[in-house]
Ligand binder design. Sequence first.
Ligand code: HEM
Length: 432
Amino acid sequence: MTVAQLPGAAPGPGVDTPSGYGPLDLFGEPFVHDPHPVLAALRQQAPVHRDAGTGLWLVSRHAEVRQVLLDPVAFRPDNAQLAVSALPVAALRVLARAGFTLPPALADNGGPSHAGLRRLVTRFFNAARVAAAVPVAEEVAGGLLAGVRQRLDRTGRADLVPDFARLLPCLVMMRLLGVDGVDPLTLVRWSDDSLELFWGRSSAERQVELAESVADFHRWLVARVAEAPAASDTLIGALAVHRLPDGTPLDAATAVAVCFFVLIAGQSTTGQLIATVLRRALEEPGAWARAGGEAGFAEAWVEEVLRREPPVTSWRRVAAAETELGGVRLPAGAQLLLLLMGAGSDPEVFAEPERLCPYRENIRHHLAFGAGRHRCPGASLARTEAAVALRAAARALPGVRADLAGGPPPMLGLLSFRAPLRVPVRVPVRRG
Ligand code: HEM
């Protein structure tokens, strides 16, 4: 994430909009509530479309999204973490006072240091570590769900997001990475605030508030990196002994940038996935009971939710030079928004995309974790945690129902992140 902002929305010279669309409101309630009608129209009528509102080129079909992800030379990752909205001077001052700087490290790093840093991070989420995380996730889930159960017994109602979905990935990640000395709730808040500051469209007042929180997070990380003993069994310790391709030690600012990204990627997105997985399983007749009892169902359900309603709905790339994509000419520097969610519902790849079919044949062909050189190294951990969470919740709370009394839940609607902010449940009313 960087305070540098996306280039302005005004059309560049000679840039043509390939359809009759006006600006799309990518942050508006209708789109956030249900993006699928707009995504379907884009796929059919303008699969590579310049949005006049943001200046971004929206890429919505599976074929072109995949093509871009797999070509890091023509389509560079440099813009992956640019701030979506301009930050007011007051927010910039808050960040400057904290010495906030995040040099390219992982997702936005198209340079020679990327491969080594990616290897370092991937080690913490390899198959053995993920397998070892299963009992940890089960234990943490059991503890959190006991609290939910108590609340349900007391009041008849509970919300599975604050008490379960948001906390589980944070607690698991702290154990895997050897992170301690911070309240998990603080870490969750820092992470969510960072996403909102850099991917949201908030008021100036709110941006200043978010900047204070992000500055605290950054200061905490700088101190942790400065005091970490060189060791390979914690993320910060491993960064301290890391060497760049030219043999020099990694600078502290880049070590902080790695931690900043991993601590956010490792929890917020997984918490968002769990929230959607739980919501959809509660809404689909029979799914909750199957998740608790049928071997393999929870894993397959998670996969279908990743395809149809991924937490990371889009990701960015920038055209290195003038090029062509899907029959449309793109100028050098064109900022692309790859609609991962649109790709997952492309009928060219997925039959009846609107249906969640846990046993569809090509169930893993979605692009919810990206593809190629920057493909998410936490994919296996995220999948595993979400399946553990669903199974554990369905078993611990077998009789609960979605509580629809308040209407559809409010949604997190950032440029690239989408999930229900609440998953209210209730115990059924006993009759007679
Ligand atoms: C449901 C949860 C998650 C989703 C949907 C998700 C999605 C993504 C996506 C779309 C990318 C960019 C891929 C690309 O550019 O091709 C990415 C990158 C990344 N993710 Fe995840 N992620 C999730 C969970 C995690 C977890 C749990 C971790 C760590 C524990 C993690 C760590 C990373 C890292 C380090 C990168 C950058 C990799 C690189 O540039 O080489 N993510 N993720």
